[in-house]
Design a protein around this ligand. Sequence first.
Ligand code: SF4
Ligand code: SF4
Length: 89
Amino acid sequence: MTRTYEEFPGVEWVEGAGQFIRVIEERCSGCANCVKVCLADCYEISGKKARIRDLDRCMECASCWYVCPEDAIAFSWPPGGTGFRTDWG
Ligand code: SF4
Ligand code: SF4
């Protein structure tokens, strides 16, 4: 199934990717860098740990992985044909 959102014309998300981002809880210090950097609002802090609340709008930018000082985010791009797509390639 393909999802689109009115506020993001030209962008679609193709389901089937599964959980391609995971927080490694033992490493997470709760610094909230991932919450602040994610333009898609995918993270929240709960019990002093980052938690992925929704990957529906994830743009696969990997910013969360990049800004995590504890290497607590396991990121793998979804396999071909699923995930984030735009009209611009
Ligand atoms: S990859 Fe980008 S859009 Fe997806 S959760 Fe990380 S920061 Fe947010
Ligand atoms: S950036 Fe890393 S250490 Fe900081 S809250 Fe997010 S997952 Fe945890």
